[in-house]
Design a protein around this ligand. Structure first.
Ligand code: ADP
Ligand code: ADP
Length: 225
């Protein structure tokens, strides 16, 4: 059994129309998988089901060979990053990073160590005491990336994490995220509608359209067509 398996996963929000129509995919540990497709094609819904915020209407998602629905969201060991950062505005950067660790009852010294390492990882060591509002958009998004990784999850889900950034910063962050992912060996499911982003970052790309996967291929294979 692969690390993640989507087995004929379907989703309807209204009980009539399927917005995900029988999604099948196996993901190996350490892979960077991108879900690429236009707005409304069902990409976010797949992430929401993986994260546990939505339930499949039909089919099954397996994590480490076990049906993921048996695990509540906070037990799935999944880090999340969304487009709008969703940092806690009243907390400093360090407090934002400590939060996922406090929730998991780590000791104070463990928390300090892991927060420091996460800050180093995204090159924000000098910004730990700032509040998010006093950071640039790129810095805020690096904090969001650090917060998703600080508790050392096995799997990270990112939904258009660079969508709010300008083009230059987006390209810089693509390499940064890819580098961190490879460094940590963490498995990634990454959602974007930006083809060049998908080609730059991914091991494999699932091309979504209208709730179905039209192609599942490596960037090299897609580029040749
Ligand atoms: P994408 O991430 O590719 O933009 P989504 O998964 O967000 O696609 O959306 C797929 C379809 O499901 C869209 O038609 C969207 O309007 C609908 N949808 C998404 N979330 C909900 C929801 N919570 N309730 C009802 N419809 C939803
Ligand atoms: P994306 O295209 O990245 O999914 P959206 O703006 O479509 O972004 O969706 C943002 C949030 O709103 C998501 O949590 C999604 O599930 C929810 N959503 C999207 N479409 C609908 C809808 N038709 N009804 C209710 N919630 C929706």
């Amino acid at each position: 059994m692969p690390f993640v398996r989507f087995d004929n996963v379907q989703k309807s929000y209204d009980g009539r129309t399927l917005v995900v129509k029988g999604f099948e995919m196996d993901i190996e540990q350490g892979e960077f998988i991108t879900l690429l497709g236009p707005s409304g094609s069902g990409k976010s819904t797949v992430l929401m089901m993986m994260a546990g915020f939505e339930q499949p209407t039909h089919g099954e998602i397996y994590l480490n060979g076990n049906p993921i629905k048996k695990l509540p969201p906070h037990k799935r060991g999944i880090g999340l990053v969304f487009q709008n950062y969703a940092l806690f505005p009243h907390m400093t950067v360090e407090e934002n990073l400590a939060f996922p660790l406090q929730v998991r009852n780590l000791s104070k010294s463990e928390i300090e160590k892991k927060v420091k390492r996460a800050l180093d990882m995204v090159r924000l060591s000098d910004f730990g005491h700032r509040r998010p509002a006093h950071l640039s958009g790129g810095q805020q998004q690096r904090v969001a990336v650090a917060r998703a990784l600080v508790f050392e999850p096995e799997l990270v889900l990112m939904d258009e994490p660079l969508g709010a950034l300008d083009k230059n910063l987006r390209e810089e962050m693509q390499y940064e995220i890819k580098h961190i992912q490879e460094d940590l060996g963490v498995t990634m499911i990454y959602v974007t509608h930006d083809q060049s982003e998908a080609l730059t970052m991914s091991d494999r790309i699932a091309v979504f359209n209208d709730g179905v996967v039209q192609q599942l291929a490596t960037p090299e294979e897609l580029y040749e067509r």
